[in-house]
Write a protein that binds this ligand. Structure first.
Ligand SMILES: [Zn+2]
Length: 133
């Protein structure tokens, strides 16, 4: 007798010749398999594509991760700009309080750093926009 595929557990087995003629009992799961109704059970079939993590959803996840990377970069740039601006004003305040103009150098350096942070922010924002709209 030909091999049968259990529709319940997909086990391949040979029906017992001593068993009933119209059905075979699967040795794996013990289900009665009516002869002539073999092959994969539609209920055991793989889920339809929308329930499987397909290429599109994987791609969406990647985009999300990339977007987070850009957002982190934008946040870092913004934080850097703010800190540089605060330090520039702090150096200006110290220069005014101590009447020592050497502190102005600090203000100058922090102003340049602040400007750099702004440029970094704009570039990061532009890249994020370019990739994700
Ligand atoms: Zn079975």
């Amino acid at each position: 007798m030909a091999m049968l595929t259990c529709p319940f557990c997909s086990a391949l087995f040979r029906p017992d010749p001593a068993g009933p003629r119209d059905a075979a009992v699967c040795p794996e799961c013990g289900e009665r398999v009516p002869l002539g109704q073999t092959g994969p059970n539609p209920h055991l079939a793989p889920p339809p594509p929308e329930h499987r993590p397909n290429a599109a959803s994987r791609n969406a996840m990647l985009i999300e991760q990339t977007a987070k990377r850009y957002k982190a970069s934008i946040l870092k740039a913004a934080a850097f700009t703010v800190i540089a601006a605060v330090l520039a004003f702090a150096f200006l305040g110290i220069a005014a309080a101590t009447e020592c103009n050497d502190w102005i150098i600090g203000t100058g350096i922090c102003s340049i750093a602040c400007l750099g942070g702004m440029i970094w922010f704009i570039i990061a924002r532009t890249i994020a926009w370019w990739h994700h709209g």
